[in-house]
Design a binder for this molecule. Sequence first.
Ligand code: CTP
Ligand code: CA
Length: 225
Amino acid sequence: LFDTHRTNVWQGTRITITAGPTREAIDPVRYISNHSSGKMGYALAAAAQQLGAEVTLISGPVTLPSPPGVNVIHVESAEQMLAAAQAQTMDVFVSCAAVADYRPAEVSQQKIKKEQKGDDAQLTLVKNPDILKTIATQPQPPFCIGFAAETEKVRQHALDKLQRKQLQLIVANDVSDKQIGFNSDNNAVTVYWQDGEQSFAAQSKQNLANALNELFAQHYFKNKP
Ligand code: CTP
Ligand code: CA
């Protein structure tokens, strides 16, 4: 039924994907962010488009070209990413972005000067909204897929997030293995759902994106009312 050569597995499906890091301003020239390259999210968007989906990619600051045929919305902060996600009509939400968990409590309107701070400086942070959880717990939520990069107890943390964020699927990768994951061109993951799991061996993010889209589509169409 789901042969891998089909080009239309997603036909007629509206998919929103978040990708890349977010950037949380400290002052006009400084920010807090992380090392996410956006490669996995961009590869997922390109693959989903090729498989017939109508794809919107909400992207944090990355250096990647827009995938052909994909509607790309560029954002910087987690709050902007949430607003962009909430503005979409979607059947499937794929939350691949490495969202900054915290942002500076105050953004200085002027460049912060050392003279004001002295030898020690503190930055007060506040928690960012959980974009995925917000979308997954709204009334009539889309089919929601999360990602989890973990350094230990990968299965336990992934299943906990699946439950806590009310997701249909979560894609987990072990980032203690330096060869794969963040910033790499390759990735190995395990996908978990309520009563099952499937592992994908290390491979290019392009190949993995195709395989993941096939699995996502199987689950989406199986669970679709
Ligand atoms: N996520 C999100 N908004 C946030 C934080 C995370 O949408 N503010 C999404 C990520 O895109 C990912 C999933 O939630 O799909 C899990 O992200 P992760 O950082 O692993 O989980 P957290 O809930 O932030 O927990 P922690 O970082 O403490 O492990
Ligand atoms: Ca986090």
